[in-house]
Write a protein that binds this ligand. Structure first.
Ligand code: ARG
Length: 457
C-alpha cells in the first residue's frame, strides 16, 4: 500500500521496519480525538480561505461517518499505514479523492499527535478525578460510622497511641484529595492546544489558532511551536500523579492486608473480593489488594520509562516520542482499575471493632502517663524516664498498664495522685489529643463535617 509520504522513496518499506515502527496497534485509542481534531482543523482551513465551505462540509461529513465506524468497531485499521493519523487520512482520501487530500494542509503529525494526546488526557483526567471522588466519599462514609471505634496507631509497625478509626479513614481521604488536586493542577497544563505549530516552525498559512482552540474547547494556545511539538511534560506530570495515587493505594492495601490477617483480625474482607488456594483449603487470600499493591510497580515503571525516553533528545520532534503512548495508556488503565478495586474493598469492609479496641490499650497509654506528670510540673524528659521505668516493670511482670494500682504508680513518682487512674483508658487518651487535626472525638467530628461539605454529602 502506498504511504502518504512515499514521494521521495524508490523502494518499498522493509516489512520488519513497518512492524517495528507502527503505532496504530495502540494509538488507535486516540482515533476519536484525532477525528475531532481534524474537524476543527478543516474549519480553520475554511476560515483561512484555504478550502471552500463546500469542501469543508464534505470532509466534515466523511469524518463523522468514519467516527461512527470507529465507535462501532467497524473501521479497518492497517498497520502499513503506520499510525492512527495516516489511517484516518488515507480513508478520507479513499472516500473523497482530491478533496480528502487537502485535510493535511498546514498541519504535521507532530502537532497533530500531541493535540490528540492533550484532548484525550483532558477527558481521561475527568474520569480519574471522578473515580477519586468515589473513593473519597466512601472513606468519608466509613469515617462517619467509626468515630467511636478505637484502635492502636502504629509507627515503625509498633503500637504507638490510640486513635479513632474515623481518623484513619480521613487520613486516606486527605491523601486522595491531594492526589485529585495534583490531577487538576496537571489539567491546567494539559489544556493547551499545539495544533497550528506544524512540524516545528509554525505554519505558512494564516491559521487562526484561537479559533481552533475554541472549537476543541482548549482554554490556552501554545506559545512556541518548537516546545509545543516536542514537549511531553504534561504526560510526565500525569504519570507522576498516577504514580503518587498508586503509592497511596498501595499503602492502604498493605494496611488492609495486614489488618485482615488472623494476627491483627481488625477487618474482614468479603468473600466475593477474595480468592482461595489450590492446595490449602483454609485459605482466603486478599489477592485484589495484593495486586493493587503489585500493579503500582507499573505506574512507577511507566513514569521512569518516559523520563528516560525524553532525556537527551535533540530539539525538537523525534520519533522516540512515539514511546510516550504505551506507558500512558497502561498507567491509565491500571490506575482506573485499582481505584475501582479499592472502592469495592472499602465498601465491603467488615470492621472488627472489639478486636481493635482490645489491642488499643496497655502500653499505648505510656505517653499519656508521661504527659500527666508534665501537667503536674515534671519536665517532659524526666517524665519520659519515669514512665520508661514503669514500662519495663510492666513488661517484666507481664502486666497491662490498665492494671496498675495507685500504690504501684506512686512507687515510681510522688507526683501521681488518685486521678491518674482514669487516664488509663484509650478513649480518653484519644480525646486528650486536642490539637487541630488530631484524633479527639470533637476534632474528628469537626473534620467529618468539613469533609462532608467538601464532598457534597
Ligand atoms: N506516531 C507518531 C507518534 O506517535 C506520530 C507522529 C509522527 N511524526 C513523524 N514525523 N514521523 O509520535
Amino acid at each position: 500500500m502506498e504511504k502518504p509520504w512515499s514521494g521521495r522513496f524508490s523502494e518499498e518499506t522493509d516489512r520488519f521496519v513497518e512492524e517495528f515502527t507502527e503505532s496504530v496497534s495502540f494509538d488507535k485509542a486516540l482515533a476519536i480525538e484525532d477525528i475531532d481534531q481534524s474537524v476543527a482543523h478543516v474549519r480553520t482551513l475554511e476560515k483561512a480561505g484555504l478550502i471552500s465551505p463546500e469542501e469543508a462540509g464534505r470532509i466534515v461529513k466523511a469524518l463523522e461517518d468514519i467516527k461512527k465506524e470507529v465507535q462501532e468497531g467497524r473501521f479497518r485499521w492497517r498497520r502499513e499505514l503506520e499510525d492512527v493519523h495516516m489511517n484516518i487520512e488515507a480513508e478520507l482520501i479513499r472516500r473523497l479523492g482530491e478533496t480528502g487530500k487537502k485535510v493535511h494542509t498546514g498541519r504535521s503529525r507532530n502537532d497533530q499527535v500531541v493535540t490528540d494526546e492533550r484532548l484525550f488526557l483532558k477527558r481521561e483526567t475527568g474520569e480519574v478525578v471522578s473515580l477519586l471522588k468515589d473513593i473519597r466519599r466512601t472513606l468519608v462514609k466509613l469515617a462517619e460510622g467509626t468515630v467511636d471505634t478505637i484502635l492502636p496507631s502504629y509507627t515503625h509497625l509498633q503500637k504507638a497511641q490510640p486513635i479513632r478509626l474515623a481518623h484513619y479513614f480521613l487520613a486516606f481521604r486527605e491523601a486522595f484529595l491531594k492526589d485529585t488536586e495534583r490531577f487538576l493542577d496537571c489539567y491546567r497544563r494539559i489544556d493547551e492546544i499545539p495544533l497550528g505549530s506544524g512540524a516545528v516552525a509554525g505554519s505558512d498559512f494564516p491559521l487562526d489558532r484561537f479559533f481552533t482552540a475554541e472549537i476543541l474547547g482548549f482554554s490556552k494556545v501554545s506559545r512556541n511551536s518548537i516546545q509545543a511539538t516536542s514537549d511531553r511534560d504534561f504526560i510526565l506530570e500525569f504519570l507522576f500523579a498516577c504514580a503518587v495515587t498508586g503509592m497511596h493505594l498501595s499503602r492502604l492495601s498493605e494496611d488492609l492486608i495486614l489488618w485482615s490477617s488472623e494476627e491483627f483480625g481488625f477487618v474482614e474482607l468479603p468473600d466475593r473480593l477474595c480468592t482461595g488456594s489450590s492446595i490449602m483449603p483454609q485459605k482466603k487470600n486478599p489477592d485484589l489488594l495484593e495486586l493493587i499493591r503489585g500493579k503500582v510497580g507499573r505506574l512507577y515503571g511507566n513514569l521512569i520509562s518516559l523520563l528516560t525516553v525524553l532525556k537527551g533528545l535533540p530539539t525538537a520532534y523525534n520519533r522516540d516520542l512515539q514511546e510516550d503512548k504505551e506507558p500512558l495508556f497502561d498507567s491509565l488503565k491500571t490506575l482506573k482499575a485499582c481505584l475501582v478495586g479499592m472502592r469495592k474493598i472499602l465498601e465491603g469492609l467488615k470492621i472488627r471493632s472489639e478486636k481493635m479496641r482490645s489491642s488499643a490499650g496497655n502500653l499505648t497509654l505510656a505517653t499519656d502517663l508521661a504527659n500527666y506528670l508534665v501537667r503536674k510540673g515534671v519536665p517532659f524528659r524526666e517524665a519520659h524516664k519515669v514512665v520508661g521505668k514503669i514500662v519495663s516493670y510492666l513488661v517484666e511482670k507481664g502486666k497491662r498498664m490498665e492494671e496498675l494500682t495507685f500504690e504501684e504508680l506512686r512507687s515510681f513518682s510522688e507526683h501521681f495522685s488518685e486521678d491518674v487512674l482514669e487516664l488509663l483508658d484509650p478513649e480518653s487518651s484519644a480525646d486528650r489529643k486536642v490539637t487541630y487535626g488530631g484524633t479527639s472525638k470533637k476534632e474528628v467530628e469537626r473534620m467529618i463535617e468539613v469533609a462532608k461539605r467538601e464532598e457534597g454529602l
